[in-house]
Structure formats: C-alpha cells, structure tokens
Design a protein around this ligand. Sequence first.
Ligand SMILES: O=c1ccn([C@@H]2O[C@H](COP(=O)(O)O)[C@@H](O)[C@H]2O)c(=O)[nH]1
Length: 289
Amino acid sequence: MSESGSAATTFGDRLSAAVAAHGPLCAGIDPHAALLEAWGLSDDADGLRAFAQTCVEAYAGRVAIVKPQSAFFERHGSRGVAVLEDTLAALREAGTLSLLDIKRGDIGSTMAAYADAYLRDDSSLRADAITVSPYLGFGSLDPAIELAQQTGRGLFVLAMTSNPEGASVQHAVADGRTVAASMIEGVSRLNAAEDAALGSFGLVTGATVGKDLAELGLTDALVTSRAPLLAPGLGAQGATIDDVRRGFGAAEGQVLPAASRSLLGHGPDVAALRAATDAAVEEAASIGR
Ligand SMILES: O=c1ccn([C@@H]2O[C@H](COP(=O)(O)O)[C@@H](O)[C@H]2O)c(=O)[nH]1
C-alpha cells in the first residue's frame, strides 16, 4: 500500500484524472533571482518562501500538475531545501500533483539513494513524480523505477530536451537508432506492464522539439509508449501551443505543455497570477482535441 492510495492507484491514473479535470498544463515554480527581485522579494530563503507560497496559492486546484524546479531552491542552501519540502507538502495538502524537476541520474547504488530521497512514502522531499536523466544508461534508473512502481509514483525520463545543445547527444545514432529513440523504447517497455491509457513513466520532450520528433520519425513510438510527455519550453524559450499541436502530431494528446517564466512574470499579485494561469490552462485545453 502506498501513501498515494494503493499499488492499484498509479501515478498514470492520477495524472489522467487530473488532466481530465484541469486540462494538461504543467505550471512551473522557478524562483529565478530576477523574478524574486521583480516580485519585490529578497534573494534569500524568506523571499523564496513567499514566492513559492504565492505560486501554490495561485496554481493549486487550477492545473493538472505543478513542477517546482529544485535548482532554484537548492541555491539557497539548507533553508531553501526546507522551503522545497514545505512547497511539496502544500501541494499534497491542496490535492494538486507535484512533479519535482531534479533530473537525477547516477550509478545504480547511488540512484537508489536518490530514489529514497524523492520517491519513498516517508521522505520529506517526496513528490508525485520526478525528472530523471538516463545518460548513465537506461538500466542505471532501475532503483528509481522499482521504487516508483512500489509507491505509485512517476518518473519523467529525459529524451529530447528543449535546449538546442541536447541534439548533439539525443540525436546521435547508436545500434541503428537515435539515443532518444532508445529512451522512448525503455519507457514504452515500462508502461507496457501497466494496464492504463496513460503510463506512470513519462518522457521529457521539449515543446521546442516537435519538428525534430517528426523528422526523426519518433511520433509513432511516442504514441505506442503511452508516456505522458512533459513539454517545457512554452513562452520564455519561444515555443507556442501551436508548435505543440503541429510538432507532436498523433502524440499530441499525451503532451503536458509546461510553462514557468511566462506565467511567473504575472506575479506577485495572486489574482493576476491566477488569471494568467487560467488563460494558459484554457489555451492548453485545445491540445489533443
Ligand atoms: O528539456 C527541458 C527540461 C526541463 N526544463 C525545465 O523546465 C522549466 C522551463 O522554464 P521556462 O521558464 O518556462 O522556460 C525550467 O525549470 C527548466 O529547467 C526545460 O526547460 N527543458
């Protein structure tokens, strides 16, 4: 039995329900130093706490899933990590799914410790799902995969990231297929073990890379994978919802378009941040329909 219900309540099931209720938008909490300043907050753990509380107040109950970016909490040291713990707890209390963007990946034995940190029911830093890096080999993720399966949590595996530099690794061909294709295949195998429309194992496929997915012939594999597709890159990185619609083709219905700075620029007023979030939710709702 997991904290999130039972082994039968998978992250994929809970995500499907959240998307049905709120549409697919993933709203980010990225407390950049420049945003803290723009919100009139100090660039320290107190400013960070006020920022994150406002985000939770504005997003909770309005979006399918919220993605705190760990780096912006870690840069404030142990007090920042304490704010991250409290932010994850506040999202849980509000009944809103959390996806901690922390991109962990290491040799298996160390990966097991990372898994304990974020995926155990009794961890203070637990999230509903986390991002992981498979670039020490897909098999190095096994400890996190096993714990996520036991506790009904999810993983989002980096496949085609939104940054232009990602292509040098992810488009590379090994054993007759691109590195990205082998990550999609790994996730596909995991989701095949679950009997659900949407799997608990997702992929990070930037909103900026839809054209590449099509050119590399990856669209069908994405559909077969039943993976939720985290698509960061809206707004500040230049991608639009139309890019997602055009680029992801038949996989469009699996996409969770993600936005951080383009929403957060509307703070610190909670009502203004809510209004911007509602507008983004409405725009994202056109995806897959
Ligand atoms: O490929 C990736 C993976 C993760 N990210 C993260 O998403 C947000 C994007 O923020 P914006 O302000 O909307 O650009 C940020 O936390 C990144 O670390 C990504 O952009 N691309």
